[in-house]
Design a protein around this ligand. Structure first.
Ligand SMILES: [Fe+2]
Length: 612
């Protein structure tokens, strides 16, 4: 049974192939089109999925779209009625698009398939639609290692649902409770993202990164005016402060008045107010997530919890959830946002609609480390690099790992392009830029010379799973970089009183631990545990680095520059390498040194990138 899942037309279009209940391939369209958060029909991602599964279009049994356009239309329409005439402005803007494209999604999708593969297939007859939050819940539960679990999904909004609780048992998954639009934890967080001058649906992680600099002095104001939180974590927003139902903005003047002024201009200087707002909304978010989790544990008696939906990318809240030990085990879908809806839609259709059995997970879970994207053979890599004009040397496996570990130990920034590309927003050691976390300068160098940004966020560490507890306050798997934990107390460095007086990013430049490049101002780190079973090559690299330096940790940041999607092909990697200050590039077993490349091929990225 071959099922293709699709998410598209909102943000982060993606495709996923599920064969007999196993996830075979998945990728976001942006990686192929090179347009960040590309929401268009995921033609190239679909082509890749079919190719990875060795399938012809005729072999696809079902195509499942990740949400239900009619329900979403109903939400828009009812919201309009409820807020009329104030809602009219956003409604007239949204309506033509809806009528033309989204409402007739079945026709639109079938037409796209016919355009690509011709008329001979009956695409309409194979099309199914899943519900948005069911897609999220299925993506969280079915690939998890649990035979039984509670499933919590939280996001901005799908059709009506913004938060759902489901119970998974064997191949069954039932939704028990829902919170509906306009009451949404995701939209509340996005409202603060907007107010802090970051882009909604993209800048939420920046707000989270800003939180440790602030004081949560607005928490009471948020609780008193914006959100009513019940003991079981259910909540209701006071819509007098928001504009997302009636206008084209997230917040309104009442919101501005409540939080001491209008939204920050994007790209302008970040002030203490934004930091305090970030800290406050982060604290409230954590409160809701923890209360929801406690309520679920109490009511269902389930021992395991699965998470998905955009709010599940809040790795600080996830870290709290683990720390509080409300559930015995926690599993978070790495593609927790809407791209992962493609995967959940396909899995949901297979198990819930077609009654397919749940396969035993191979390894840690059903996600294969989220390494579900394209890969290239060594022969392909070499011919592609040669065609691109690259100068490289080919080493054998062991030499390559040793050579790269030595380059890292010498303080070099390494572009690391290996095996299958990651599915989801994080680079997990297949398309990563790596560096030595012990260098206090690594943070600054990577930000300014490679990512072209000044950042208040430190980088994330990759650490060997078997050594994680020696370096961080964590002794659990975190293969998808979705948990934040403290750096171990014996690795921390105290701040002097003079350093404590520093403001904003200057505080980040003070070494907080013996691995300063990955330690936030509050000593936290967004940890990825690296496992031999899922990424033996990356594991071997860090193990070799540890033999050379005593440190089983590397800086891992996504292989891209600001505003660009993560690299996919060897050519993408070479281009990024030639346009940035990366010292060496390793693609498969081909190693490239910056100084040996043809200077005529150097690109100037620094002034070309789009803002993210
Ligand atoms: Fe969603």
């Amino acid at each position: 049974m071959n099922i293709l899942g699709i998410s598209a037309y909102y943000h982060d279009a993606a495709a996923c192939l599920v064969v007999d209940g196993r996830v075979i391939a998945a990728a976001q369209e942006e990686r192929f089109t090179r347009k960040k958060h590309d929401a268009r029909f995921p033609e190239q991602a679909i082509r890749f999925c079919l190719q990875a599964g060795g399938l012809r279009p005729a072999d696809v049994d079902h195509v499942v779209y990740y949400d239900k356009p009619f329900l979403k239309f109903e939400r828009l329409f009812e919201t309009y009625l409820a807020f009329a005439p104030r809602g009219f402005r956003s409604f007239v803007t949204a309506l033509p698009v809806w009528l033309k494209e989204k409402l007739f999604q079945k026709l639109v999708i079938a037409r796209e398939f016919r355009r690509i593969w011709g008329d001979q297939e009956d695409w309409s007859g194979r099309l199914l639609f899943s519900e948005h939050h069911l897609s999220h819940a299925a993506s969280a539960y079915f690939p998890s290692p649990f035979s039984e679990a509670a499933v919590l999904t939280m996001d901005g909004v799908g059709e009506w649902t913004t938060t759902s609780l489901a119970i998974g048992q064997g191949r069954d998954l039932k939704v028990h409770r829902e919170i509906h639009f306009p009451h949404s934890l995701g939209l509340l967080y996005s409202a603060f993202t907007y107010h802090a001058g970051f882009r909604v649906n993209a800048g939420e992680y920046k707000l989270m990164g800003l939180a440790p600099y602030g004081e949560p002095r607005y928490v009471e104001r948020i609780r008193d005016h914006l959100i009513d939180i019940k003991d079981d974590g259910s909540f209701a927003l006071d819509l007098e402060y928001f504009d997302y139902c009636t206008g084209l903005r997230m917040t309104n003047q009442r919101f501005d008045a409540l939080f001491d002024g209008p939204p920050r201009e994007p790209e302008s200087r970040i002030t203490q107010r934004e930091m305090d707002l970030a800290a406050s909304i982060q604290a409230v978010t954590e409160e809701v997530v923890l209360k929801l989790a406690r309520g679920i544990r109490r009511d269902t008696g389930q021992k395991n919890l699965c998470l998905a939906g955009g709010v599940a990318l809040n790795c600080v809240a996830n870290g709290r959830l683990l720390q509080e030990r409300i559930f015995d085990r926690l599993w978070i879908q790495p593609a927790a946002g809407d791209a992962g809806g493609a995967l959940g839609a396909a899995l949901g259709a297979y198990h819930l609609l077609l009654g397919g059995p749940r396969p035993e997970p191979t390894g840690m879970d059903g996600m294969h480390g989220s390494y579900l994207g394209p890969e290239y053979t060594q022969t392909e890599i070499e011919s592609r690099l040669t065609a691109a004009g690259a100068v490289f040397t080919t080493l054998d496996d062991e030499e390559c790992v040793d050579w790269t570990a030595r380059a890292l130990a010498e303080g070099k920034a390494v572009g690391w392009h290996q095996g299958r590309m990651e599915f989801g927003p994080r680079a997990l050691g297949s398309r990563s830029i790596l560096a030595d976390p012990r260098l206090a300068t690594a943070q600054k160098t990577l930000n300014l010379k490679i990512k072209f940004r000044e950042s208040f966020r430190p980088f994330a560490p990759s650490v060997l799973r078997e050594h994680v507890a020696e370096w961080f306050d964590l002794d659990a798997d975190s293969p998808y970089m979705l948990l934040v934990a403290g750096v171990s107390s014996d690795r921390r460095l105290p701040m002097t009183p003079a350093q404590q007086e520093l403001f904003g990013i200057d505080r980040l430049n003070v070494a907080r631990s013996v691995i300063p490049a990955v330690t936030h101002v509050d000593y936290s780190a967004r940890v990825q545990t690296v496992h031999k079973e899922t990424n033996p090559r990356y594991h071997a690299l860090i193990a070799r680095f540890r033999e050379l330096t005593g440190c089983p940790v590397l800086v891992n940041t996504s292989f891209n520059v600001r505003g660009e999607p993560i690299v996919c092909t060897p050519e993408d990697a070479f281009r990024c390498f030639m346009g940035t200050g990366i010292d060496v590039l390793v693609v498969g077993n081909a190693v490239l040194r910056a100084e040996e490349q043809n200077p005529g091929l150097r690109l100037s990225y620094a002034d070309r990138h789009e803002l993210d």
